[in-house]
Design a protein around this ligand. Structure first.
Ligand code: SF4
Ligand code: SF4
Length: 277
């Protein structure tokens, strides 16, 4: 079945340059048939796909490229136009007569799951060598004085940045290159570009919400784990201090006993009776 753009389209334009068949047009713009003939726009308000030119990306990708970049997931299979892999492959060859498209060309039909949408990637965000800001290596905790306040995550070298400062790792669906984009800019509809191949990537609402939720859950888990650890250490420290105090008192008593066991020369001797000497 051909791909169709639903009324949820926000006219961002991200899908148009991704189509290998130039099957996507802006609303109100005439579309051009392979023979050069011009035809009236199918939609005047939103982007549209010409079914006669759409191959569901068979021949070029193992997924629908437009669906992969659409930030609102409105490029969907058209159930009214069911088409087989062979039909779509033949169309791809007809649309690109000068290209040799082999029988084993990429096709969503060959992909397990039937061509589920895959996040695409486009150029833009500043590439960063590292992925997300991973917590630094664990440092040995400083020896805690009995009265010291519990060490913070920073003291352990395990500080993590606030959610908005995380770098979101992206793998380009075109070149498989890795890069990151700051989470504060990771919003649905924002077009990012792979620094390696200039492939586009447009986060969908679902992806952005998924990342948001994951970050929130991780921060909550991370913070509560540290809080529990600090509380446990505080209780252990109190128990240790109590034990040491008791040991100190016991030792002071022991010392007192040793010091008073022998009669000190010159100490007054208490008479036990009238005739006692
Ligand atoms: S599914 Fe592929 S061929 Fe069809 S409109 Fe989208 S990008 Fe173009
Ligand atoms: S990517 Fe999606 S929202 Fe943007 S123009 Fe294409 S169909 Fe519309």
């Amino acid at each position: 079945m051909a791909t169709v753009i639903t009324s949820e389209c926000i006219n961002c334009g991200a899908c148009e340059p991704e189509c290998p068949n130039t099957a996507i047009y802006q609303g109100g713009v005439e579309w051009q048939a392979p023979d050069g003939a011009m035809h009236p726009a199918i939609s005047n308000d939103i982007f549209y796909i010409v079914p006669e030119k759409c191959t569901e990306c068979v021949g070029f990708h193992d997924h629908e490229a437009c669906a992969a970049v659409c930030p609102v997931d409105c490029c969907v299979p058209d159930p009214n136009i069911p088409e087989t892999h062979d039909v779509l492959l033949a169309r791809a060859r007809a649309l690109h007569p000068t290209e040799a498209i082999p029988d084993d060309a990429p096709s969503r039909f060959k992909k397990e799951g039937g061509g589920a949408s895959v996040p695409a990637a486009k150029p833009s965000a500043e590439p960063k060598a590292a992925g997300r800001p991973a917590p630094a290596a664990v440092a040995a905790p400083a020896a805690a004085a009995p009265t010291a306040t519990p060490p913070s995550a920073e003291a352990f070298g395990l500080a993590i940045p606030p959610p908005e400062e995380w770098e979101i790792p992206i793998r380009c669906f075109r070149c498989s290159g890795d890069y990151t984009v700051p989470f504060k800019y990771f919003r649905a509809g924002t077009v990012f570009y792979c620094p390696h191949c200039q492939g586009s990537f447009v986060p969908t609402l679902g992806v952005v919400r998924g990342v948001e939720d994951a970050l929130a859950r991780f921060h909550e888990r991370w913070s509560s784990t540290f809080a529990e650890f600090h509380e446990r250490r505080r209780r252990e420290l109190e128990q240790f201090e109590d034990g040491q105090r008791r040991e100190l008192e016991r030792f002071e008593g022991e010392l007192r006993g040793i010091a008073t066991r022998e009669k000190v020369p010159g100490a007054p001797v208490r008479r036990r009776g009238f005739f006692t000497f």
